[in-house]
Design a protein around this ligand. Sequence first.
Ligand SMILES: NC(=O)c1ccc[n+]([C@@H]2O[C@H](COP(=O)([O-])OP(=O)(O)OC[C@H]3O[C@@H](n4cnc5c(N)ncnc54)[C@H](O)[C@@H]3O)[C@@H](O)[C@H]2O)c1
Length: 283
Amino acid sequence: MEQTLTGKVAVVTGAGRGLGFGIARGLAQAGAYVCITDIVEDELSQAAQEIADDGGEVLPIVADVGIYKQMESVVERVVAQWDRLDALVNNAGRIHFVSFTETSPALWQNTIDVNLTGVYNGVKAVWEQMIRQGGGHCVTIASGASVRGFVDEVSYCAAKHGIEGFTKALAMEGEPFNIAVNTMGPGKLIKPTGITRAKAAALSPEEKAAWVDPLTLAPAFVWLFSQVPGRFSGQRFDAGPVADAVLAEGYNFEFTPEKVTLYIDEFVERLNQRKSWTTLPGK
Ligand SMILES: NC(=O)c1ccc[n+]([C@@H]2O[C@H](COP(=O)([O-])OP(=O)(O)OC[C@H]3O[C@@H](n4cnc5c(N)ncnc54)[C@H](O)[C@@H]3O)[C@@H](O)[C@H]2O)c1
């Protein structure tokens, strides 16, 4: 992978395995200093070791995205180590497949805490630092459940839809500070959420072949973080098509909405809406 993020600093939450690990590994391979967080300590250690084995500079921190103080401490430690924080990937997620009838208040609360409040906590913790340093990127992992409903996923769909509203509104407030706020879906089939490293390793070759290695999606994040934050904000990207565009044309691929999202009409509508932001009071 080309070294396009040399000297940049990124935090990826929930990066002990799965998509978050693939993103973090790819960012490190592109030259970024990477802080990875998770609540599962042994998987986090394995992830850090593999990134270090690639030659990456990595800081693993056990932290729960649902607890604001822990995210605040992550940001403090990152800035103490590398003086800045250019990109936050809100990747940590949790899904309970359960009917609404069986969704207890505790289960609802846990899903919202991790998937939605976790995003607020991460972004809130980095916000002042990004303002101080003159800008940055915040991106949250989207899903089909961000835009459509699925049976047995009421709380997860509510959280993922909520992230889109959070992103659209906060992008407007981030604009004067040069902070981009976007979401990015995987855009290709990856192993289902919740499967541990051990379980994933034990899968049959046929099962493994059905899913892409998340590392192959990392170029989408490298590309996004290589853009000046003012170029795209309030958008919903998909990593699969972006990574394909990078593979076909390189990081300076000629932009069209088709190359960066599976939801083209929505993307174009948000691009058009953004034109009105400049008429907001105070701008
Ligand atoms: N797998 C899919 O098909 C798919 C599809 C669309 C979107 N996503 C999204 O991708 C993201 C990553 O999911 P994945 O599929 O790689 O799942 P995964 O279960 O493999 O990884 C999620 C990671 O988040 C960590 N985590 C869970 N709760 C946490 C908390 N409170 N604080 C910190 N870390 C926590 C887990 O320990 C795990 O390491 C999620 O946001 C998920 O919603 C996944």
